[in-house]
Design a binder for this molecule. Structure first.
Ligand code: NAP
Length: 325
């Protein structure tokens, strides 16, 4: 395993992390989840990613139970707040009240005294940034979180939040979690210059575009049973963001390139994410130990400029003026 610094900060995270969205506590049964967490830990993964909203708390509960088997100091655990957790007027967003209450609830579910990083899952336009920055600082001073971060916040909002943190002498944002994969390269122009400037680490999600980049979906064909795309409980994002014949054809070109190099498309797509110096970790999603083991092979790939150039020609970066989805 390789370990990378979280931006300018002292903590080191494994360059591949294990995520729990739509899998642990949801589609993956207990035995599969346990086996994946064990495989991850044994392969040196220290970064485990979850959120209060994943399976409405169940992902945190199952992950916490499984991680209890390992020394806490070996783990870097990140969870998130923002998504609705109830029907009440305060059961969502980034108010001081909701952040404080959800942090306590997440810690209880995880069975932990603190999380390594606590993340705003999306922006909350109804709460002043100052309130959120202070709420995170209060949690850090109470010993409940070590670092805080943001997911899918626009770069100008990150800059503003950090300016407020400086004014308040509060901790700035340490970690950002953008969507980043060969089919979604916007962070390269819209986010990474800012995170570099601010010393923020990026832990990137959906490195396989929900499985699209494995090449298991064929142009003109319906998804096979048992895949994320075939399951109405979990296919909303893949259908909305990636489900075109053009993308499926690009994934087939990636398969051809990977096969020529003697590897699979999944590990090649993940290795590509790690070549960007802005990336501290790529978060793996997996439905089985077999998938996880394949994806971990990304670490063995030596990306050459020639391979990277061939990948660029299949998946060109959007121009700086392109609109983000
Ligand atoms: N901050 C956020 O808003 C946010 C959003 C999304 C995710 N995340 C985090 O990032 C993690 C990863 O995201 P993701 O699940 O979207 O990642 P992903 O790598 O893009 O997709 C993972 C899915 O692709 C399929 N897959 C993975 N490896 C495969 C292989 N080798 N062969 C065939 N199929 C394979 C599996 O689905 P099937 O087997 O079911 O087809 C797997 O569950 C999440 O668990 C979560 O922790 C964060």
């Amino acid at each position: 395993m390789q370990y990378r610094q979280l931006g300018k900060w002292g903590a080191r995270v494994s360059s591949l992390g294990l995520g729990t969205y739509l899998t642990v506590g949801y589609t993956s049964d207990d035995d599969t989840s346990r086996a994946m967490v064990r495989c991850a830990y044994e392969q040196g993964i220290n970064y485990f990613d979850t959120a209060n909203a994943y399976a409405q708390g169940e992902a945190e509960r199952v992950l916490g139970r499984l991680l209890a088997e390992y020394p806490r100091s070996d783990l870097f655990v990140l969870t998130k707040v923002w998504a609705p957790m109830g029907q009440g007027p305060n059961d969502r967003g980034l108010s001081a009240k909701h952040i404080r209450e959800q942090c306590d609830t997440s810690l209880e579910r995880l069975g932990m005294d603190y999380v390594d990083a606590y993340m705003c899952h999306r922006p909350d336009p109804d709460t002043p940034l100052e309130e959120t920055v202070r709420a995170m600082e209060d949690l850090a001073r109470a010993g409940k979180i070590l670092y805080w971060g943001v997911s899918e916040w626009p770069a100008p909002m990150i800059v503003k939040a950090n300016a407020i943190a400086r004014e308040l002498r509060a901790r700035p944002i340490a970690v950002s979690q953008p969507r980043y994969n060969l089919l979604y390269r916007y962070p390269e122009s819209l986010l990474y210059p800012t995170t570099a400037e601010e010393g923020i680490g990026n832990v990137v999600f959906s490195p396989l575009a929900h499985g699209m980049l494995t090449g298991k979906y064929q142009p003109g064909e319906e998804p096979a049973a048992g895949t994320r795309a075939a399951d109405p409980r979990q296919n909303a994002v893949i259908k909305k963001m990636y489900w075109t014949d053009e993308n499926k054809a690009k994934a087939q070109s990636l398969v051809a390139l990977a096969n020529e190099l003697g590897m699979g498309a999944a590990e090649l797509a993940i290795a590509w994410c790690l070549t960007n110096p802005a990336v501290s970790s790529a978060i793996l999603g997996a439905s089985s130990v077999e998938q996880l083991s394949q994806n971990l092979k990304a670490l063995e790939i030596a990306m050459t400029p020639e391979i990277a150039a061939r990948m660029d020609s299949i998946f060109p970066a959007p121009g700086e003026s392109s609109e983000q989805h």
